[in-house]
Write a protein that binds this ligand. Structure first.
Ligand code: ADP
Ligand code: ZN
Ligand code: ZN
Length: 733
């Protein structure tokens, strides 16, 4: 038998290895092409990873199976993205086949062709274009359809028609008249890459902005920048001018924003400044639209690509610059499956592409600050708000004497009243939705606990339900105590819903806008609320962190923050860092050119030195303090963490699995093992969770031991009874 080259394939299964196959007839496939394979008794879509000479396989070639077919004649992933995926698979010790699943749009994980699939669109026929809408005066819906189609000469797809409020019957009626037709959409013409990308002129940069823009634009090669600018200092203007530089040179820009930051406001800012196509990758896209956006980026038609975390895997034909806005934001870390940090991948990708990358934030993660301090990232500072705006004043409001059932202090209420009387807006921030976080029986101490989690069920009063925010378990609110039958049930604590009703009573004549996940579930309702705020005039806003990020409120004078100090007492060592980021973000929403904003922090620990430091508005001094503590304890960024979590239906198997796997680590590994111990919330969704934390003084030591630990976990008989995963650089402990 002739000796064949072998095809080494990345297969989407949870195994950290590649699989060898025999080639099919015809030319050898290129790495990056998808192929169909038999795997066990399943048929899967894998990706050709490399072609190796016959002697290279550990397997007897006679036992190997042939590929079923090669799907692509061109690689769907270019070599840069393949290298990024490979590096990520290695670093996060995650199966390459699953990494690729994250990197590819859904349709490409299957066998769909890697091409823009022309959508069916409605458009006017030649006769329709000359038809007079007045003729349809008696058929207003047809008239509306005719006018709308006339405004969109390239045609309208089904989702666009729906969003414009057009239904099928009037379109069909126009079709009967010979005025409209359903046709395959034409691909967009390639725009001229050298045309002027600006739709409106830049703002005149401040000296600090100017220095930052110059530094970024001077980089012809890989250069990581930390754009460290207080809220309102005009980081976006720096992005826009750095983007313009790349666009003018015919290159593309990739912009990553936090999940919550992908608002119409953000998108509008990019679209109004530039005349080039902006492609937005948001969660509302259909699989088809996502594939189209992906193709547009790959082929260079999309000049600006704006998206959340997973957009870091978007292929780019002419890459010029990567920007990560609000780079400290936790949503850049994927918290399930392939647990990667899009912020770190952004830097790697820029390195592979040899282009600059900008991490912009007012409150850099300590990891990022340390990179800047050590000189690996170049820090660009914007220390002042743009224009005449002054920094917000932050004050602590001592709430130690406040009764447990009184969420707002008298002074906070006063401040809110004064602001509203001056016809300005005020915000009450609490990071908890629902009416109250628990119900309690006053006779027998029964508490509204979730059956499946070690957590209380939140009372959602308007919908008369108890809901668990961890597993989404729901049940009706009991009229009597389920344990003793008493009718003396009372609620403890407060969420946004309770604050809304309290504030409505307190300020009955004031517009009140509540923004949290419950009030914004319907599509478009968040935008509607934000517009309502922008309209101006006295208003009270109540909301969770959905309100804290990214938005610009021009009439917001005051914010009151409840429970902001919880993070300072949290068991997670990142608690204070994350609390500080949130506090400064909320403070940053307040104040404008002509008014100084103010944040009142209700706290039960007014003497906490860290909190006091933060009140000076100086994140850097605060961060230095935390950094010196981290240095002493050897925690990140001075130590390196990996977390193994396991869960099982009974508490013991998960603990035993972690215990016995950790015993395979050599005693002199240099690793510090914390655990295994039950996870902070041990039971969740009916499963018991345990965790093992590994802390190493160097990245090298950590990574040297991870593969063996994983092998031990895979090999352990209990691993089939438990679910478990590894999280490298965990952010959620
Ligand atoms: P950041 O993103 O740093 O919080 P923004 O980029 O949103 O800040 O800018 C805050 C405000 O300052 C915006 O209204 C912006 O238009 C304005 N601004 C930014 N740069 C300038 C400038 N150079 N001149 C005048 N106004 C500016
Ligand atoms: Zn009871
Ligand atoms: Zn639950």
């Amino acid at each position: 038998m002739a000796q064949h080259n072998l095809i080494r394939v990345a297969v989407p299964v949870p195994l950290r290895q590649l699989f060898d196959y025999l080639p099919v007839a015809g030319p050898l496939p290129e790495p990056g092409c998808r192929c169909e394979i038999d795997f066990g008794n399943r048929r899967l879509t894998g990706m050709v990873w490399e072609v190796v000479p016959p002697g290279d396989s550990d397997h007897d070639p006679r036992k190997l199976r042939p590929l079923r077919q090669v799907i692509d004649d061109q690689p769907v992933l270019d070599s840069d993205l393949r290298e990024l995926c490979q590096r990520a698979a290695q670093y996060y010790q995650h199966p390459i086949g699953e990494v690729l699943q994250t990197a590819l749009p859904v349709l490409l994980r299957q066998n769909a062709p890697a091409e823009r699939q022309g959508e069916l669109v409605w458009r006017l026929t030649a006769r329709g274009r000359f038809a007079d809408p007045a003729q349809l005066a008696r058929a207003p819906r047809q008239q509306q359809a005719l006018v709308t189609l006339a405004e969109h000469p390239r045609g309208l797809s089904r989702p666009m028609l729906t969003s414009l409020g057009l239904t099928s019957p009037p379109l069909r009626a126009l079709e009967k008249k010979g005025w409209a037709e359903l046709v395959q959409e034409q691909p967009a013409e390639l725009t001229d890459r050298t045309a002027n990308p600006l739709a409106e002129p830049h703002l005149a940069a401040t000296p600090e902005q100017d220095a930052a823009i110059r530094a970024i634009n001077a980089s012809q090669h890989f250069a990581p920048f930390l754009l460290d600018g207080v809220t309102g200092s005009g980081k976006t203007e720096v992005y826009l001018q750095a983007m313009a530089h790349q666009l003018t040179a015919g290159r593309q820009v990739l912009v990553l924003v936090p999940e919550i930051g992908l608002t119409p406001q953000t998108i509008r800012r990019f679209r109004t400044r530039f005349s080039v196509p902006v492609t937005v990758l948001h969660s509302g896209l259909s699989d088809r639209e996502r594939l189209k956006a992906w193709c547009d980026a790959r082929d260079g038609q999309a000049r600006i690509v704006l998206g959340t975390r997973s957009a870091i895997f978007t292929p780019l034909r002419h890459p010029g610059l990567i920007i990560v806005d609000e780079a400290h934001d936790n949503s850049f870390k994927q918290q399930d499956g392939f647990r990667y940090s899009a912020r770190d991948l952004a830097v790697w990708r820029a390195q592979l592409l040899d282009i600059p990358v900008v991490l912009g934030t007012a409150t850099p993660a300590l990891e990022t600050l340390q990179q800047a301090e050590s000189g690996r990232y170049r820090a660009l500072r914007l220390t002042h708000r743009a224009g005449e705006a002054k920094p917000p004043v932050i004050q602590l409001e001592d709430c130690r004497g406040l009764p447990a059932d009184t969420p707002l202090s008298a002074r906070s209420l006063d401040a809110l009243g004064t602001t509203l009387k001056a016809n300005r807006q005020a915000l009450v921030f609490i990071n908890r939705r629902g009416y109250a976080p628990m119900l309690l029986c006053q006779d027998c101490d029964w508490q509204s606990e979730c059956d499946r989690c070690d957590a209380h069920m939140t009372w959602h009063r308007a919908v008369r339900e108890l809901r668990c925010h961890h597993c989404d378990h729901r049940r009706p609110v009991p009229a009597r105590c389920p344990q003793c039958g008493s009718q003396h049930l009372r609620d403890m604590g407060a969420g946004t819903e309770k604050l809304e009703s309290l504030l409505r009573k307190q300020f009955p004549d004031t517009r009140l806008i509540r923004i949290d996940r419950d009030t914004t579930r319907r599509k478009g309702s968040l935008d509607a609320s934000l517009e309502e705020i922008q309209r101006g005039g006295a208003a009270l806003l109540v909301g969770t962190q959905m309100l804290a990020k990214g938005h610009h409120f021009s009439e917001l004078d005051l914010a009151v923050m409840l429970d902001a100090d919880a993070g300072f007492m949290s068991a997670d060592f990142r608690g204070p860092e994350q609390a500080a980021q949130l506090i400064l973000q909320v403070a940053g929403r307040t104040g404008r050119e002509d008014r100084t904003g103010r944040l009142l922090i209700q706290t039960r620990q007014p003497d906490n030195p860290l909190l006091q430091l933060l009140c000076q508005g100086n994140y850097h001094r605060f961060a230095e303090q935390l950094l010196s503590e981290r240095r002493q304890t050897g925690l990140p960024p001075f130590g390196f963490l990996a977390l193994v979590r396991a869960e099982s239906l009974q508490p013991q198997p998960a603990l035993t699995l972690l215990q016995e796997a950790s015993e395979t680590l050599p005693l002199d590994s240099g690793l510090q093992l914390l655990g295994p111990i039950p996870a902070p919330m041990e039971r969740r969704q009916g499963r018991y969770r345990s965790q093992l934390l590994l802390l190493a003084p160097t990245r090298g030591i950590l990574h040297r031991h991870l593969p063996a630990l994983l092998d031990a976990l895979y090999a352990h008989p209990l691993s089939r009874k438990c679910r478990w995963h590894l999280d490298v650089d965990p952010t959620d402990l």
